[in-house]
Design a protein around this ligand. Structure first.
Ligand SMILES: [Zn+2]
Length: 317
């Protein structure tokens, strides 16, 4: 998106370092390549008002796939389960949420390098500015990291294809702490085997940009869509050791689960189709199981609200 934005803050982070920045609702963080050659930025994002809510790679991967780019939300984990930021610009389109952040252990184990710059330590040090611990560093969004999955289902890292001036821009949908570091992988294709500095800049976003992303999926208050305050334990545990509460009595919600038998009248033709499904051996052992499979498959294909639904909505908007 080509938008004239007011610059609020900028800095260049050098190899081996990272920076935590407050990016308030409606503001935009740009992460930009300062040189040719390609540099990955590992990235964390927290709710500035409640650090227990943060970017969740799994939900984001589920909804937007393995290479989230322009238009993808950054989701937080259940029980919040909501978009906390959105990618509004991406000049490359090669981002990764498959790999974990690199760590001191990884360089020793895989490369025999017992001392090495690594993303976990850099994120932890940057987040220390806001009182977060090393355990608070979460799975990273790896911008400009070019990855895929091979035929055996294993992840691989391809060459970094970004060049000077390439950038991603993230619009904060809530008040956030965004943290980026220069990925420490100089022995992987992640950064084409050489470090480069990265520019971080915070801009004032436009009302129009924020409005554009207001129609986003939000939880609605029901018995099961609960906020953290509605769960029984509300306080964050201060001690490290886990001990059993002897007075604990389980109180699961949504129980008892009720099952109901439903009779379905089948034509001879329907019955023959179901028998065909049963004979394949993949869709249940009898007509009833095959019918459940066929019905749900049909419903999911036609009615499920999910990534395709989201794509359809934004295309219509
Ligand atoms: Zn790294």
């Amino acid at each position: 998106m080509n938008v004239d934005r007011q610059l609020l803050y900028e800095t260049v982070i050098q190899p081996g370092t990272g920076k935590a920045l407050e990016v308030l609702r409606g503001q935009v963080l740009r992460i930009e390549q300062t040189e040719d050659g390609g540099q990955c930025a590992d990235f964390n994002c927290f709710n500035l008002r409640d650090y227990k809510e943060h970017f969740h790679t799994a939900r984001t991967r589920h909804v937007h796939g393995l290479r989230p780019t322009t238009g993808a939300f950054l989701w937080s984990a259940p029980p919040r389960d909501r978009p906390i930021a959105v990618v509004v610009t991406d000049t490359v389109g090669n981002n990764d949420i498959l790999y974990g952040r690199c760590s001191a252990w990884l360089y020793d184990y895989q490369y025999g390098l017992p001392v090495h710059a690594n993303c976990h330590d850099m994120l932890a040090e940057a987040e220390r500015e806001y009182g977060l611990t090393s355990d608070d560093v979460h799975d990273s969004f790896n911008f400009f990291m070019n990855t895929g999955i091979d035929q055996d289902g294993r992840p691989f890292i391809g060459p970094n294809v970004s060049g000077k001036g390439d950038h991603v821009e993230l619009l904060a949908l809530i008040d956030t702490l965004m943290v980026a570091n220069v990925c420490g992988a100089d022995v992987m294709a992640t950064n084409n085997f050489q470090y480069k500095p990265l520019r971080l800049a915070v801009y004032a976003g436009t009302d129009e940009e924020l409005r554009e992303h207001e129609r986003r999926p939000e939880m609605r208050p029901t018995e099961t869509q609960r906020t953290p305050e509605q769960f029984r334990v509300k306080e964050v545990k201060a001690t490290r050791e886990l001990t059993r509460d002897p007075s604990y009595v389980s109180e699961f919600i949504n129980v008892p689960i009720e099952l109901e038998e439903v009779s379905v009248a089948l034509t001879d033709e329907d019955a023959a189709l179901l028998d065909g499904l049963v004979q394949t051996g993949s869709f249940g052992k009898d007509r009833a199981e095959a019918l459940r499979w066929a019905f749900h498959h049909w419903w999911i294909k036609n009615y499920m609200q999910g990534p395709k639904h989201l794509a359809r909505e934004s295309a219509e908007a």
